[in-house]
Design a protein around this ligand. Sequence first.
Ligand code: 5GP
Length: 346
Amino acid sequence: MRIDNDTKLDFKDVLIRPKRSTLKSRKDVDIHREFTFKWSGKKFKGVPVIAANMDGVGTFAMAEAFQKDGNGLTVALHKHYPLDELKKFYKKPAHKNAWYSIGMVKADEEKLAEFIKSGGKPEKICIDVANGYSEHFVDYVKKMRDLYPKLTIMAGNVVTGEMVEQLILNGADVVKVGIGPGSVCTTRKMTGVGYPQLSAIIECADAAHGLGGLICGDGGCTVPGDVAKGFAAGADFIMAGGMFAGHDQAEQEIVEDGGQKFVQFYGMSSDTAMKKHKGGVAEYRASEGKTVRVPYRGSVELTLQDILGGVRSTCTYVGARRLKDLTKCATFIRVTQQLNTVFGND
Ligand code: 5GP
């Protein structure tokens, strides 16, 4: 047994120090990024924020809303849409804003193959497993890269540099980073495994960029400031679930209780998800996600404005004219308190 005594940090442990800047207004800031993916060779231009591939968040309706917004945010679709619905969706322009998700199971692999055979044209896929540390997963990513050389592949999740390198060398364009930080994740509680998300992003971005790869910080963003911290730490993309939950675009029932409206939100390995999609929790695995009710928040547009406005403002505070420059311009300071909660946590 070994103890690593380096302090690892979460979003809540730091703030970004303001700096003198020549930027006049938030309007002067460009929060779009342009990337050419290492393996697929495809280009991305847009705000690099991704709605997570979860029920209630990674939906067709969310992709439509992002397309309408026009800033190029993308949605990782949850993997439970039937083939015929996927085929219909991929005929619409909003599919440009989507990542097609698969897990490491035969059924998902076959569904993707069938989708492509029948004329479906996904450009980006997200290969998502809870624990990206198995040799089997690396082999799976390699197999997908060999099968689909032109597809942009995002794969994860991992939290350490050596595994980021291994996944990039085996065909991932983007590696998804985050184990345990999610709003409805109970992995840390159930297994004791995890890594503070800010440090995970800093370390993994360094590893990925050395190889011409990219990372997506996945999970743990609770407010727009966390998204900005993730970018400042070096994340090329940020994926969020909870921040996008509770909207009209959830494709979930809106329930009323005591005069207030709520939408159910749950982890994709929670009891709720497993019952819904797999007919129950398999005996050998404990549920690693929770089920919550989030207040209904109307359409996602206002939330989007909040997030984009927040990130733009961060850039103004540190003099970053482009989101790309934020890492260079930002200095994190360690703090013991980040928000004043005297009137609650909002
Ligand atoms: P959030 O933005 O809500 O904090 O985190 C979203 C991320 O949590 C997802 O993209 C995914 O990586 C992770 N996640 C979603 N469902 C579950 C779950 O049931 N268990 C765990 N461990 N993580 C989950």
